[in-house]
Design a protein around this ligand. Structure first.
Ligand code: AGP
Length: 345
């Protein structure tokens, strides 16, 4: 066991640290998946089915493909899709790390029965999903031992960026090849103060807009899964439609504020949250003085465009969950009540 952990105390941390290499491997894998790419090209709409973290990756694909490729994307949870399928046509993508999640497989079967082509995005060669779909993108993240998805999520994101690049004739290629170096930088950024604030909280909110909304959902899922602290991810603009009632000095808000279309309004959201007494941990880009002044704790990431920053933010939030759970002495690799893959509906 010790040898397999390679000096890390937990598989989750080991898997977080493998991510720069994983990112690189997955981009390569996408380039070597012409059959899958052919089923995605030339479509004006795509449907995605997935569960849990893979569903969050699906939401990232929606923003990427809509923003950069002009493709309309519908993202559905596998568990809903089978019983309440949307009108279907064209290609349906199933995202599943394990390739064995019953709800995702059932949804894909339903799509096939309605005449759709199907593409799998999975980390497990020879898994059920690869045998039932028309084409597969293998993530090449290597086996993921920790119940909490980390490197498989980053690989799913890398595949989304690779697909975006393929559908835009290489317009993201140069930027994508720099992302692994950016992720490397995130592995050592000090976050002790933020970890301290999170570990003493009983409830946390994560907010973001655009690509950073799914990143917020995933950050919150990771936190609740391994630290057992209640955490909710929200699109930043939705907080005032109800959750504001819960804000107090005891509910830290993790606000992802990366320059982009919604950046000015994100700053206003942070001011509104501060005015209601909640401490703010802001995640932004280096040199953002305005954000640093607004926040109680400011975590600065290397300057990068949004599609790179979503990778660095995601890794940072994995670390925040991991280090918080570790400081609370949780059973990180095997959280209570959870299984690595959910093979029953
Ligand atoms: C993530 O940390 C979870 N372990 C879980 O949400 C997982 O992503 C979900 O069960 C889907 O699994 P899959 O990717 O293997 O289909």
């Amino acid at each position: 066991e010790d040898a397999r952990l390679g000096g890390f105390p937990h598989y989750m941390q080991k898997e977080i640290f493998e991510q720069p290499q994983v990112f690189y491997n997955t981009l390569q894998a996408v380039r070597e998946s012409p059959d899958a790419l052919d089923l995605l090209r030339g479509r004006d709409r795509l449907t995605i089915v997935a569960c849990g973290s893979s569903y969050h990756a699906g939401l990232l694909y929606k923003y990427l493909l809509e923003m950069y490729c002009g493709v309309a994307v519908l993202v559905e949870q596998g568990s809903e899709f089978k019983y309440y399928p949307p009108p279907l046509s064209g290609t349906v993508i199933g995202i599943s790390q394990s390739g064995e999640t019953a709800d995702t497989l059932a949804a894909l079967k339903m799509a096939q029965s309605r005449g759709c082509k199907t593409v799998a995005v999975t980390n497990v060669v020879g898994s059920t999903i690869t045998r039932m779909t028309d084409a597969t993108i293998h993530l090449r993240a290597g086996p993921e031992m920790s119940v909490a998805a980390t490197k498989s999520f980053i690989a799913q994101l890398a595949a989304g960026l690779g697909i975006t690049d393929a559908l835009t004739d290489g317009s993201h290629a140069e930027e994508n090849t720099r992302i692994n170096v950016r992720i490397e930088e995130i592995l050592t950024i000090p976050i002790t103060e933020a970890v301290g604030l999170c570990s003493s909280a009983s409830s946390l909110f994560y907010i973001g807009r655009g690509l950073f909304y799914p990143a917020a959902l995933e950050g919150a899922l990771k936190m609740k899964e391994i630290s057992y602290i209640h955490a909710e991810g929200y699109a930043a603009g939705e907080l005032k439609h109800g959750p504001f009632a819960l804000l107090s000095g005891e509910t830290p808000v993790i606000a992802i504020a990366i320059p982009g279309a919604a950046y000015p309004v994100m700053l206003s959201n942070i001011k509104e949250i501060k005015a209601r007494g909640a401490p703010v941990i802001a995640i932004g880009l280096a040199g953002d003085i305005e954000l640093a002044e607004l926040a109680d704790i400011f975590i600065e990431l290397p300057k990068a465009p949004e599609s790179t920053a979503v990778a660095t933010v995601s890794v940072l939030l994995q670390r925040l969950a991991y280090e918080t759970a570790d400081s609370l002495g949780r059973d990180i690799d095997k959280p209570r009540n959870l299984a690595k893959s959910v093979t029953v509906e």
